[in-house]
Design a protein around this ligand. Structure first.
Ligand code: BG6
Length: 479
């Protein structure tokens, strides 16, 4: 890729996300030549760090990537630190001056990326100050990058969005959903385009049900504090799962442009069949992990920074439907959980008998594998049947296709620097998905669940199986 230029201002530059995801991604881009001479990174946070100390922490965050110490040191020379209080106007002036100075020094083309890797409660204030203290440049681009969570319900998301939109127009806002940076998910519209029969079969006429699973084997690790304010419904379903459904179920866009793709996605989400409160318990199941069979792993309630009586869910499964001609009567079964047997992100499409009209064997399931494997598999009657369905889906054509795929953050940062908003979440989409999630959340908050209700290392509560059995269906991915 071509070299890009910008000054990055990373709010929360001393934090975990920056060190775990951003600096490694920037370094990979540096090695690939996307970032080269014309960029600088200003890390900013409350702590009074020196440039040297900041650079040391940056280099440390790269330790697992390679052992080219010289390259890392060279890279770290582009990093600068400015201590900062998000409410203090003077500090924004200091940032502005430092950015201007670095822009001269590195010839960064007056481009600015403002990256919010801080606690969400500061997003609004920071955006407002960037605008009011005149940090935005005239002759380059100004892009605001927002990490999740984007609100905790529709009301708070709207409030946040109002605050942001006073400071930045929608076209300058890049809301990250890192699943949209994953290669396999980015490929879905292309797979559909290149495999017309498969694309045609994606409709209620030929599909019995679609399943989206984001299973994780890890627990909450050291994020108990955050997780207590979230739960899996907010953490994974509202964003990642919904966006995956968007890619597979949206109508064909007129063109492969951000505008056309977001249009069809927004249309799909606005046809979500929002549940009535009394439907919630039939359509959605929640769970929380206990220790494992041997009593070795920590139960959620015993994790650090987690309440002993916490009712936060670490597992959810549900049935989502659309008020849409194409998807009428097709259940989208979704689930995500911590401490499941394996890490597995996948989409399973189960075809019905009518699919034979398109020459698809009855009882065919097509699985699109996102992680840890990439690619797809086809099962007929539960047996691998690649050959007889040869013309149903060909992907990837080249076996090495995924080998040098960029990591999600790397790919998203290139998009930000190129001004490509295809793989970001727009406000309209968020409104519909929050509206859908809010009803479930509110109903759950009224009742006390019987937690914990599944052992670590298992597929979650039994009720998740019953959910599908009632419809005569079953989960494709089963341990
Ligand atoms: C994040 C969630 O958005 O996604 C985490 O906050 C989760 O709880 C993570 O573990 C999973 O992402 P990935 O890329 O590891 O599948």
């Amino acid at each position: 890729a071509k070299e890009k230029s910008a000054i990055f201002i990373i709010f929360g530059g001393s934090g975990d996300l920056a060190h775990r995801k951003l600096y490694p991604a920037l370094y990979r881009l540096y090695k690939a030549g996307v970032l080269k001479d014309h960029f600088a990174v200003i890390g900013t946070a409350r702590r009074p760090w020196s440039d040297d100390y900041f650079r040391e922490t940056v280099v440390t965050s790269l330790e697992n990537l390679d052992d080219d110490k010289q390259k890392m040191e060279e890279f770290a020379k582009h990093f600068f630190y400015q201590s900062h209080n998000v409410n203090d106007s003077k500090h924004y002036i200091a940032l502005k001056e430092l950015a201007a100075k670095l822009d001269d020094q590195f010839s960064a083309g007056h481009n600015r990326v403002y990256y919010m890797a801080i606690a969400p409660r500061f997003f609004g204030t920071v955006a407002e100050h960037i605008n009011s203290e005149g940090l935005k440049t005239k002759n380059g681009f100004n892009r605001l990058v927002i990490e999740k969570p984007f609100g905790r319900d529709l009301a708070s998301a709207s409030e946040l969005n109002n605050d942001l939109s006073k400071a930045f127009p929608e076209e300058e806002i890049y809301r990250i959903d890192h699943y949209l940076g994953k290669k396999m998910i980015q490929e879905i519209p292309n797979i559909r385009l290149k495999n017309p029969k498969f694309d045609k079969a994606l409709s209620g006429k030929y599909v019995s049900n679609i399943q989206v699973t984001l299973g994780e084997s890890l627990g909450v690790e050291d994020r108990g504090g955050y997780y207590e304010t979230s739960g899996v419904l907010r953490d994974m379903v509202q964003n990642h799962i919904m966006q995956i459904i968007g890619s597979i179920a949206m109508d064909k866009p007129d063109e492969m442009t951000a505008e056309s793709i977001h249009k069809v996605k927004t249309d799909l989400f606005s046809s979500l069949k929002v549940l009535d409160p009394e439907e919630v318990n039939r359509a959605f199941v929640r769970g929380q992990y206990d220790t494992d069979r041997l009593g070795k792993q920590t139960a959620y309630r015993d994790e650090e920074n987690v309440d002993d009586n916490s009712n936060i869910e670490t597992y959810a499964a549900g049935k989502i439907e659309f008020d849409d001609e194409r998807w009428a009567n097709v259940p989208f079964y979704v689930r995500s959980g911590k401490r499941m047997p394996d890490k597995s992100s996948r989409i399973d499409i189960v075809f019905n008998d009518q699919a034979s009209k398109l020459g698809i064997n009855p009882n065919t399931t097509v699985s699109l594998l996102i992680e840890p494997e990439n690619g797809h598999s086809i099962l007929v009657n539960g047996i691998d049947y690649q050959d007889s369905n040869q013309d149903l889906i060909k992907f990837p054509e080249d076996k090495t296709y995924f080998d040098d795929a960029r990591e999600a953050y790397e790919s998203l940062i290139i998009d930000i620097l190129s001004g490509d908003r295809i793989h970001f979440t727009l406000w309209d989409e968020l409104q519909s998905t929050w509206k859908y999630i809010d009803v479930i959340r509110e109903q759950w908050d009224l009742e006390t669940p019987k937690f914990p209700n599944y052992l670590s290392g298992t597929m979650g509560p039994e009720a998740a199986d019953t959910l599908l059995e009632r419809d005569g269906n079953s989960w494709v991915w089963d341990d």
